[in-house]
Design a protein around this ligand. Structure first.
Ligand code: HEC
Length: 131
C-alpha cells in the first residue's frame, strides 16, 4: 500500500510538471527555435534561420497579402486565390493544416500543438526586414 501511494504521488507530480500551460502568452523566442527546426530549410525569415530556397520569403509576412513575395515564382493557384491578409491568428490557423485552409497549396508542413503555432506566428511578427 505504501508503495502504491508513493507511486501515485510521483505520478501526480510528473503530470503537474508536463501539463501544457495553455494560457501562457505566445513566446517569440521559442518560435524562432521552432522556425529554425521546421521552416528555415524552405523559408527565409531572420538572420541565421536558414537559406530558404524552396518556399517564399516570410520576411514581413504579418500584414502581407498571401502569395506576395515577388521573388517567388511558383505560387500555387490556391495560394494566389487566398484573400485573408496574414495575421498572427490566420497564421496560427493555417499552420494547423494548410491543405484544409487552402486546398491545393504546396505548403507541406503541419504544426500540431497550438502553442507552437502561436509561438511561430509571434516570431514571424517580429521579422520585419530582410536579414
Ligand atoms: C518543404 C518546404 C517547406 C517547409 C519546410 C515549410 N514551408 Fe511554408 N511554404 C512552402 C511552399 C512551397 C509555399 C508556397 C505554397 C503555395 O504556393 O501554395 C509555402 C508557403 C507558406 C506561407 C505563405 C507565404 C505567402 O507568401 O503567402 C506561409 C505563411 C508558410 N509557408 C509558413 C511556413 C512555416 C511557418 C513553416 C514551418 C512551420 C513552413 N512554412 C515550412 C514550403 C515549405
Amino acid at each position: 500500500m505504501k508503495t502504491f501511494v508513493s507511486a501515485a504521488v510521483a505520478f501526480g507530480a510528473l503530470l503537474a510538471l508536463t501539463a501544457p500551460s495553455v494560457s501562457q502568452a505566445a513566446d517569440a523566442a521559442n518560435g524562432k527555435t521552432l522556425f529554425r527546426q521546421q521552416c528555415g530549410v524552405c523559408h527565409l525569415a531572420g538572420k541565421g534561420d536558414g537559406e530558404g530556397g524552396q518556399g517564399p520569403s516570410l520576411v514581413g509576412i504579418v500584414g502581407r497579402k498571401p502569395a506576395s513575395d515577388p521573388n517567388f515564382g511558383s505560387y500555387t493557384q490556391a495560394m494566389m486565390d487566398a484573400m485573408a491578409p496574414w495575421s498572427e491568428a490566420v497564421l496560427t490557423e493555417f499552420l494547423a493544416n494548410p491543405q484544409k485552409m487552402y486546398p491545393g497549396t504546396a505548403m507541406p508542413i503541419r504544426v500540431g500543438p497550438e502553442t507552437d503555432r502561436a509561438d511561430l506566428a509571434a516570431y514571424l511578427a517580429t521579422v520585419k526586414a530582410a536579414p
